[in-house]
Write a protein of this length. Structure first.
Length: 94
């Protein structure tokens, strides 16, 4: 599992309708509710769930993960890898 890729996944989440008795004709379709999640992409061969995008929030050197999401492929709208950038300090050097 070495070398997992950091990604941002945009996916359509299930969302709730009214929380009270409502006539069927009053139900509105607000379209998809899109969510952006970022994490470590876990391939199927390394523990990812088949037919899903599996994301882990954290990943350790001894190959432990936590806060794992399994997003059904049919709900995924896009996946983009996160690239490493050099962080520069705003402080002046003495």
């Amino acid at each position: 599992m070495a070398g997992l890729t950091a990604v941002v996944v945009v996916w359509a989440d299930a969302h709730a309708g009214p929380d009270r008795w409502t006539p069927l004709e009053d139900l509105d379709d607000d379209g998809e509710y899109l969510v952006e999640s970022c994490g470590w992409l876990v391939p199927v061969g390394d523990g990812g769930k088949p037919d899903h995008v599996t994301l882990a929030q954290s990943y350790t050197p001894d190959e432990h993960v936590d806060h794992v999401l399994h997003i059904p492929i049919s709900m995924v709208r896009s996946i983009a890898s996160i690239t490493q950038r050099q962080v520069q300090s705003d402080r002046a050097t003495p």
